[in-house]
Design a binder for this molecule. Sequence first.
Ligand SMILES: NC(=O)CC[C@H](N)C(=O)O
Length: 358
Amino acid sequence: MKGFLVLKDGSRYEGELFGALFSRVGEVVFNTSMTGYQEVLTDPSYFGQIVVMTYPLIGNYGVHPDDEQSERPMVRGMIVREKVDDYSHWRGNESLDAYMTRHGIIGISGIDTRALTRKLRSQGTLPGIIVSEVSDLDEAQALLAGYDIKGYVDEVTTKKPYVIKPKKASGLRAAVMDFGIKRGILKSLVARGVELHVFPARATAEEILSCSPDGILLSNGPGDPSELGEIVEVVKSLIGKKPIFGICLGHQILTHAFGGKTEKLVYGHRGGNHPVKDLIHNHIVITAQNHGYVTVASSLDASQIEITHINVNDGSVEGMRHKHLPVFSVQYHPEASPGPRDSDLLFDQFVTMMKEAK
Ligand SMILES: NC(=O)CC[C@H](N)C(=O)O
């Protein structure tokens, strides 16, 4: 069935619809990963966004429940050059199209994703909507004009606290503040024998400390970190009490808790091939990324906070640590899911920090 991607700037792209016919406005962002479309679909940090995959063939290996990063797809739509129905992989048990249909997610194929990505790179990310009828275009434009992104963390965080016990326990326990956590992060810690006590994003410091954690993990998540004032206050009160490791939104919340600022990038970093310089070990790691906001380097108090990682492409902040306390964070995704595992060691670093503090 014919359909259209309509962007807020009035441009439209014609293609073929797939998935479910459920049109919703979202921020159109692009991801440069060659594989991992199912992890991207289900990553809660993409909540409220429509993702363009720049790799031209999507769906080749089908989908599999083990690749999900949360219990359902979180994106509002997917834009591809060529959708593959005839998938082939020993793990694949459903086509991408059937999976998206089952979960109520709209997709559009046959789009010139190179032209679209070049537009987003030069103009910045834009709200967009995928619709089926030409007659819907005026209505689409009205929806796009009124689009606003707010309150996404509350939509994706766990409603109740829960505990994950590892098969081989190391005796360590971490509290996790869930702002929209990816399963890959939970799995990386559980694989190291860490018992996890996962808390809703709005948990109080007392609630978090009541599980007697050896460390606190601040998760990834969707939306603008500067909207999360109350959560920042909770994190501020936890600094110095336990070792803390922040990932992506967790790193941005920590930035605010340190008195720093974040700002929006023009088109963000999303993909599995972003080079980052580790300034402590003086080497480059290839990283998985998914973020639209970034720490403003000059906003950090250099007497307290050290920048540990920078992005090789644009020089932006990719990691930091406290100079005197066991607190560190990265803007990228050490758990990959999808992407390279170069930074897996950061989980070992967190484990060592918790052992030392115990
Ligand atoms: N993956 C994340 O945690 C994303 C953080 C934040 N929502 C951003 O886009 O920058």
